[in-house]
Design a protein around this ligand. Structure first.
Ligand code: COA
Length: 260
């Protein structure tokens, strides 16, 4: 499918989605969120794809937030629908079988920070600025920021950032556990592609199991989560990837996983 507000490239099992509205720093309007939602569905169904990289067009922004121009005149009902649209798109990323790596190439503010937090791994360029500045607009985050931020960085830190709307730099984001790694700006894409390639070489059955276990497990009690792990672990032994992985180890060679 061809999209108006995003670009997708596919190469060697890795799909790169670029938000493509650089003239407004890749702000998320309704159409862009809808495009993203459809793209996630499409990639999820494409068995050749093993990993997704999500980034922004241009060198200034990943996503500078939800589109303020579009939100300015919304009624409460419009705002509810907009918030639901954003939540549903992020749910698709979280429920996707694919590992999503966010490559933060500049501002990741508001909705941008919320997209970052729905991804599985995040690498930020040194010059990136990350935050939830909604309070400065007289609102609070509406795409999960009040919920995912405290789960990632703890309640106190989250409240400080949400109350003040202060944007933090990449190093501080790393210190509080909001990004996995910070790299020089000109090394961002190369680093993310290398990581994506590494993950793409693993069993895609297992990457999807791990994603699902970590995400589901975080929202339920430990006993239930451990039971879920037992059930996924046992079904892993019905796959070719388990047979191949262990056979390759015993034969002292590299495994060739087929995702089956
Ligand atoms: N929604 C809509 N348009 C946005 C936007 C957003 N979230 N963020 C930036 N833009 C637009 C600007 O209006 C401007 O458009 P214009 O050229 O037609 O005036 C263009 O993108 C460039 O932004 P500008 O503000 O001129 O760039 P800057 O380098 O001076 O500042 C930011 C960059 C990110 C600090 C600033 O744009 C900003 O604060 N954006 C809003 C961030 C925010 O509050 N996000 C949460 C929204 S809920």
């Amino acid at each position: 499918m061809v999209f108006k507000n995003i670009k997708i490239e596919k190469k060697e099992g890795i799909a790169t989605i670029k938000i493509n509205r650089p003239q407004v720093l890749n702000a998320l309007n309704k159409d862009t969120i809808t495009d993203l939602s459809k793209a996630v569905e499409e990639l999820d169904a494409d068995k050749n794809i093993k990993v997704v990289i999500l980034t922004g067009e241009g060198d200034k922004a990943f996503i500078a937030g939800a589109d303020i121009k579009q939100m300015a005149d919304m009624t409460p009902l419009d705002a509810k629908e907009f918030s639901e649209l954003g939540h549903n798109m992020l749910k698709k990323i979280e429920n996707s079988r694919l590992p999503f790596i966010a490559a933060i190439n500049g501002y990741a503010l508001g909705g941008g920070c919320e997209v970052l937090m729905a991804c599985d791994i995040c690498i930020a360029a040194k010059s990136a600025k990350i935050g939830q500045p909604e309070i400065n607009l007289g609102i609070h985050p509406g795409f999960g920021g009040t919920q995912r931020l405290p789960r990632l960085v703890g309640r106190m830190k989250a409240k400080e950032l949400l109350f003040t709307g202060r944007n933090i730099d990449a190093d501080e984001a790393f210190q509080i556990g909001l990004v996995n790694m910070v790299v020089e700006d000109d090394k961002l894409i190369e680093t993310v592609q290398k990581l994506a390639g590494q993950i793409a070489s693993k069993s895609t059955v297992q990457t999807s199991f791990i994603k699902s276990l970590v995400n589901k497990g975080a929202d339920i009690d430990l006993n239930s989560a451990n039971s879920l792990e037992i059930s996924y672990f046992s079904s892993g032994f019905s796959t070719n990837d388990q047979k191949e992985g262990m056979k390759a180890f015993l034969e002292k060679r590299k495994p060739e996983f087929k995702g089956k």
